[in-house]
Design a protein around this ligand. Structure first.
Ligand SMILES: [Cu+2]
Length: 241
């Protein structure tokens, strides 16, 4: 029930200019992005309210208990009831938040919806190696079709991404999809996403991986079904012969 509650960004979506700049997060174009955003904004409101409460109390106490002529200092050994209250409330909030996020976490990380579309991404200092299955329809074989840094996928299609690394830890991050996954040498981690809007989205490395880290960036191109078929015919089919 709690997970069904939605907490949205107070700023309008998809507006250019100042309002867009004030938005915390880039436009969400994935099927599960709204769940992550909703958790993000709930935590944002809780921390904002706490910050305001603490600041107001601090200023109030500074004024109320300032030095005045004739006033003597009092010594306090604390207040057990108050201390129990301000320990229990944050603990309860943390427990509720973890229950609220567990479903979203499981959906993103513990389950992979079925799909016939899979790519392999191998990170190395400092670029993304993207592989599509060749004529045999399998990844990790001789005839894989390979590209650097540009991922092309159709819209409204579950995409499996097998993530690996050749050297150090990298992190495959597509902010618009709310998709982020570390890539660990010696392991293949399978993630998934489904993009809901055609466009070109940034794909930076989100793990400091060496001298060229800041330049380690690719693009995710999300195409309509027809455009993707055209791209695949020109770029994949030609090489699959
Ligand atoms: Cu990297």
């Amino acid at each position: 029930m709690l997970a069904k509650l939605k907490f949205f960004c107070p700023f309008p979506k998809h507006k250019d200019g100042l309002l867009e700049m004030m938005r915390w997060l880039p436009e969400d174009v994935s099927t599960y992005g709204h769940e992550i955003d909703s958790l993000f904004f709930l935590i944002y409101y809780i921390t904002a309210a706490t910050f305001i409460l603490v600041t107001v109390l601090m200023v109030l106490f500074l004024v109320m208990y300032r030095e005045r002529p004739g006033r003597r200092a009092t010594y306090s050994h604390g207040n057990t009831t108050l201390e129990i209250i301000w320990t229990i409330i944050p603990a309860a909030i943390l427990i509720v938040l973890s229950f609220m996020s567990v479903n979203t976490w499981a959906k993103l990380k513990n389950t992979v919806p079925p799909s016939d579309f899979a790519i392999q991404v191998t990170a190395k200092q400092f670029n993304w190696g993207i592989a599509y299955p060749g004529a045999d329809g399998k990844l990790g074989t001789e005839d894989d079709v390979k590209f650097d840094n540009d991922v092309h996928v159709p819209v409204n299609k579950v995409v499996h991404v097998h993530l690996g690394s050749e050297d150090v830890i990298h992190s495959f991050f597509i902010p618009n999809l709310r998709f982020k996954q570390d890539m660990v040498p010696g392991r293949t981690v399978t993630g998934w996403f489904e993009a809901t809007k055609p466009g070109r989205y940034e794909l930076p490395c989100a793990e400091l991986c060496g001298f060229g880290h800041s330049g380690m960036k690719g693009w995710l191109h999300v195409h309509s079904a027809e455009d993707y078929a055209k791209w695949a015919a020109e770029n994949l089919a030609a090489k699959q012969q």
